[in-house]
Design a protein around this ligand. Structure first.
Ligand SMILES: Cc1ncc(COP(=O)(O)O)c(C=O)c1O
Length: 458
C-alpha cells in the first residue's frame, strides 16, 4: 500500500530560501537608455530590504521567524501521490504533485506575499498596491497584508474580475480593495481605455496601474508588489521545491521529470529551482515549464529586452516576451495571460536547462476534469495546464514502459473557477492559437531595444 500524502513534520520546514542567482548568470535589468538599473532607481517602487534581496547573489537566505510563523498556517504542504490518475492512465509512472492549493487564498502565491508584506512592514510602509490576473495573487497579498496590518489595493484584469466576482469578496474579507483594470484612476488605465474601451485588460496594463498608484502617492508610504517575474519572488517560492526534496528523500525517490505551469514563472521556479541546482551539477533531469498555446511566451517568443508592463514603467528585463503591448486572448487560465517571463526562468530556457511545453486550453480543461474525477480535488485552470503535461509525460512513460517519477506543482484549487469549467463541460470553450503574423507584429517593437547577451551558466 502506498501513502497518498507524504507529509513533512512542521519541525522540518525549510529555514532558508535557495537563491538561484548564486548559480546562474543573468543579463542585468536596464533603463530605456541602455544603462544598468541601480538599487536607488527602484527605491520609489519597492522597499530597500526587498531590493537588496532582488540583487543578492548569496546562495542561501534566512527566512525570518515572523514569516515562518505565518507560513506555518498551511506549510509544510503535502507531497501528494496521484494513485487514482496513475490507475486511470494505466501508466507505470509514479505521479506526484506538491499541493499548494491548501493555503488560505488557495494557491502558491502567499509563499511570496507573506515575506513581501513582512519586509514592507519592517521598512515602515503602510499601503501596498498590486495587480492580479486570476485573482489568486491579489487574494494572497490581501491575506498577507492582513497578517501584518498593511492596507492593500489590487488592480484586477477586467476579464478575470468579471469571470470571478468572488475573488473581490475574498480580498475584502482580508480588508483589501479590488478594482477592475484598466480603471480610470490612473494615467496608464485611461490610456488603455482610450485605445480600446472594451479591452479585456491584461497583466501588463494592470501592472502599469499598480506601479503608478504606488509611485504617485504623495505620502511616500506606499510601495508596489509584484507576484511573479522578479528574482526575490522566485527566491521566496523555492520553499516549495526545498520541501519537496525532503519529502522525496523521506521515501527514497528522486524525480525524473519536473513540471510547473508558468505565467510569470514563480510557481514553476518554486518547485524547479532547487532541483535545477542538481541539474547544473550534472544530474539527469527533465524540467518543463508549461504555458498555454494561446500565450506562447517561452515556446515561441524571442529572448529579448522588454518592459514587464504595458506603459513601460518597469525597467527592461532580459526575458522571453511576446511584446509588452500584446493583449493575450481571454483564455480562462487568467494567471497565465502574461506577455513576459521571469528573467531567471527565461535564462534557463535560453540555456536549454529547462525545456518549455505548450498545451491547448481544451487539453488543460480535459486534464482538470480527469484530475477531479480520479483524485477528487478541483484544480485551478492554471494548474490544469501543468496537469495536461503530466498526463502527456505519464502516457509517454507507458509507451516506454518506464516507471518514471513525475512531479508537478498543484499550484492552486479551482473552487472559484467553476464558471470556466461550466463552459468547458457545456462544450463552449474554443482553442485559440497565435498566428505567425500576430507574433511578428507584437514583437516588432524589439527592433530598437538593446539585445541580451548569450550567457552560459554551466
Ligand atoms: C493557481 C495559479 N497557478 C499558477 C499561476 C502562474 O503564476 P506564476 O507563473 O507567475 O507563478 C497563477 C497565477 O496567477 C495561479 O493563480
Amino acid at each position: 500500500m502506498s501513502d497518498r500524502n507524504i507529509l513533512l513534520p512542521v519541525s522540518e520546514i525549510p529555514r532558508q530560501w535557495y537563491n538561484i542567482l548564486a548559480d546562474i548568470q543573468l543579463n542585468p535589468p536596464l533603463k530605456p537608455d541602455g544603462s544598468p538599473v541601480t538599487p536607488e532607481d527602484l527605491a520609489p517602487v519597492f522597499p530597500m530590504n526587498l531590493i537588496e534581496q532582488e540583487v543578492s547573489t548569496q546562495r542561501w537566505i534566512d527566512i525570518p521567524e515572523p514569516v515562518l510563523d505565518v507560513l506555518r498556517i498551511w506549510r509544510p504542504a503535502p507531497l501528494y501521490r496521484a494513485l487514482g490518475l496513475e490507475r486511470a492512465l494505466g501508466t507505470p509512472a509514479r505521479i506526484f504533485v506538491k499541493n499548494e492549493g491548501l493555503s488560505p487564498p488557495g494557491s502558491h502565491k502567499p509563499n511570496t506575499a507573506v515575506p513581501q508584506a513582512y519586509y514592507n512592514k519592517v521598512f515602515g510602509i503602510r499601503r501596498m498596491t498590486t495587480e492580479t490576473g486570476a485573482g489568486q495573487w491579489g487574494s494572497a497579498l490581501a491575506f498577507a497584508c492582513a497578517q501584518f496590518g498593511i492596507e492593500c489595493r489590487v488592480y484586477m484584469v477586467r476579464v478575470s474580475f468579471e469571470q470571478k466576482p468572488y475573488r473581490k469578496t475574498m480580498m475584502a474579507m482580508w480588508g483589501g480593495q479590488c478594482v477592475p483594470s484598466p480603471s480610470s484612476e490612473t494615467r496608464a488605465g485611461r490610456a488603455a481605455l482610450a485605445r480600446d474601451p472594451r479591452t479585456p485588460g491584461s497583466l501588463g496594463i494592470a501592472i502599469s496601474e499598480a506601479v503608478e498608484a504606488a509611485v504617485t502617492d504623495p505620502s511616500g508610504k506606499t510601495r508596489y508588489s509584484l507576484g511573479s517575474v522578479l528574482n526575490h519572488v522566485m527566491l521566496h517560492q523555492t520553499i516549495i521545491g526545498l520541501e519537496a526534496k525532503k519529502q522525496f528523500a523521506s521515501i527514497g525517490l528522486y524525480p525524473d521529470v519536473i513540471v510547473g505551469c508558468a505565467g510569470g514563472g514563480s510557481n514553476f521556479a518554486g518547485l524547479a529551482f532547487p532541483f535545477v541546482l542538481d541539474k547544473i551539477n550534472g544530474r539527469e533531469l527533465a524540467i518543463h515549464p508549461v504555458e498555454p498555446a494561446a500565450c506562447p511566451t517561452l515556446t515561441r517568443a524571442p529572448f529579448v529586452y522588454d518592459h514587464g508592463d504595458t506603459a513601460g514603467y518597469t525597467p527592461l528585463l532580459a526575458m522571453h516576451s511576446l511584446g509588452h503591448d500584446f493583449v493575450p486572448p481571454p483564455i480562462h487560465a487568467g494567471g497565465l495571460r502574461y506577455h513576459g517571463m521571469a528573467p531567471t526562468v527565461s535564462q534557463l530556457v535560453a540555456e536549454g536547462i529547462a525545456e518549455p511545453r505548450a498545451v491547448t486550453q481544451s487539453e488543460a480543461y480535459a486534464a482538470g476534469v480527469l484530475w477531479a474525477r480520479t483524485e477528487g480535488t478541483i484544480p485551478a485552470p492554471e494548474t490544469a495546464n501543468a496537469l495536461a503535461q503530466v498526463v502527456k509525460e505519464a502516457l509517454q512513460a507507458k509507451e516506454e514502459g518506464r516507471a518514471k517519477v513525475i512531479v508537478a506543482t498543484f499550484s492552486g484549487h479551482g473552487l472559484l473557477d467553476l464558471a470556466a469549467y461550466e463552459k468547458y463541460l457545456a462544450g463552449e470553450l474554443s482553442d485559440v492559437q497565435m498566428s505567425a503574423e500576430e507574433l511578428r507584429k507584437s514583437t516588432e517593437v524589439f527592433q530598437n531595444y538593446p539585445k541580451p547577451q548569450a550567457l552560459k551558466s554551466r
